[in-house]
Design a protein around this ligand. Structure first.
Ligand code: IMP
Length: 427
């Protein structure tokens, strides 16, 4: 048996959906441990495309328990919509389990998210507007509403009343926007509670039991390392912990239970929202990558900022996650480029640094130092065996692995399940 944590090694959108889907096939349980419906995982099965925001990709396999951990924040309306969408496409959702300790995104969280971004003006974070930050703020401030509260018929109305009084003061007196109506929210959320109650179970017990039974468990990360609240490019981060350590916290198991950590990195880098991005491309190559890679947000539709592979980021990610393997996705997107670059270090205040800086403004003053590689023209989307890749693609990957300090275990050459080259089995 093995427990594998799969995380995003860049700024999110690394193509984790496809890799988790691949790994989910061999897993017996799939667990999502952090984030909310700010995430968007695209999974292509045959000629069908699924876009999942909160539900683990394992749901596409009928026989696997799929767990939404306590580290997530749940918008019940969105979750129920997602479940309905899956049901309508013939996917069984009976194996879904939701932690009673997960926090609930309330309608005022979404309103506050938007109002807060507006008030920040040019300093806005560029959030997904899903209420993620305000929901996690309430959790940390100990005024949040959890799933266990939502399904508690007696207490929920009282908790909502208390919370809404405070939020309405904030909306009215600080943001100058209309108050929200208690009865409307109560009615909607009582309905959501009734629909979700059947899936709620202490998932820490479930996962620990599965570990004792020697099952393969996949912990599916959302977002990416550089969006981590502690280890990301603060303040341009999300409000949760996408890194591997969070799999324990967001599930309720101990660190000794994790066997392996794999990081997903695109063969280039993208970022959505604001914040520094040293290898960002503002030229035709950036446009080419965006077009070839369909780099538009799954959740918001926003065009993603595109740039060269950044090995400083990859090494950092290897350190803070303890990466055993890299899954390099979307290698096919680079096909057709004459030259491809890898950033191996940053020039900062006249010196070359090789470690990712900590300072709030340091990254925006970092200039990338590049190594250049010749590209390849052959279509690689049908390649399933490493040896059959063009020599230049192999040279590129070998250098990616060398400068990142992590062996490459999986290579993605297209969006479909089988467009994958496996070098190392993860379980
Ligand atoms: P929030 O998570 O909506 O609060 O947004 C905070 C930052 O994280 C913004 O820059 C978002 O664009 C970014 N972000 C959140 N979720 C994702 C994701 O799944 N992929 C990429 N960026 C994300």
């Amino acid at each position: 048996m093995s427990t594998v944590v799969l995380i995003g090694a860049q700024w999110g959108d690394e193509g984790k959906g496809k890799v988790t889907d691949y790994l989910a096939e061999k897993a017996e349980i799939v667990v999502r441990y952090a984030g909310g419906n700010n995430a968007g995982h695209t999974v292509v099965v045959g000629d069908q495309t699924f876009q999942l925001h909160l539900i683990p990709s394992g749901i596409l396999y009928a026989d696997k328990p799929c767990i939404v951990g306590n580290g997530t924040v749940i918008d019940p309306e969105v979750l129920l919509d997602e479940l309905e969408g899956l049901k309508n496409r013939g996917i069984s959702i009976k194996n879904l389990r939701i932690s009673p300790k997960a926090h609930v995104i309330m309608p005022y969280h979404r309103i506050i998210d938007a109002a807060d971004e507006k008030s920040k003006g040019t300093k806005k974070i560029g959030t997904t507007g899903r209420g993620i930050g305000p929901a996690y703020s309430d959790k940390a401030s100990r005024v949040g509403i959890r799933v266990t509260d939502l399904i508690d018929e007696e207490n929920f109305p009282l908790l909502l009343k208390g919370a809404l009084e405070e939020k309405n003061r904030l909306l009215r007196d600080y943001y100058g926007i209309p108050e929200m109506d208690y009865n409307t929210i109560l009615k909607d959320y009582q309905k959501y509670a009734a629909d979700l109650k059947q899936y709620v179970e202490d998932i820490s017990v479930l996962v620990e039991e599965a570990i004792k039974e020697d099952k393969n468990i996949l912990f599916e990360g959302a977002q990416g390392t550089l969006l981590d609240l502690d280890h990301g490019t603060y303040p341009y981060v999300t409000s949760s912990h996408p890194i591997a350590a969070s799999a324990c916290l967001g599930t309720g198991i101990g660190p000794t239970r994790i066997n392996r950590v794999a990081g997903v990195a695109k063969a280039y880098v993208t970022r959505v929202g604001s914040g520094p991005f040293p290898t960002e491309l503002f030229d035709n190559t950036g446009d080419y990558i965006r077009k070839q890679g369909h780099e538009y947000g799954t959740t918001t539709g926003r065009p993603r900022r595109c740039g060269w592979f950044d090995a400083v980021v990859a090494r950092y990610s290897a350190r803070v996650n303890g990466l055993d393997y890299l899954a390099v996705t979307k290698l096919d997107v680079l096909t057709g480029l004459d030259t491809i670059k890898i950033c191996t270090g940053y020039k900062y205040r006249g010196e070359v640094i090789s470690e990712f800086p900590c300072g709030r403004d340091a990254l925006k003053d970092c200039e990338p130092c590049y190594e250049e590689f010749s590209g390849w023209k052959d279509d690689i989307s049908l390649v399933r065996n490493y040896q059959e890749l063009p020599d230049n693609a192999k040279k590129y990957l070998e250098r990616v692995s060398e400068v990142s300090g992590v062996p490459v275990g999986i290579i993605g050459v297209g969006p479909k399940r089988d467009q994958t080259i496996i070098l190392k089995e993860m379980y």
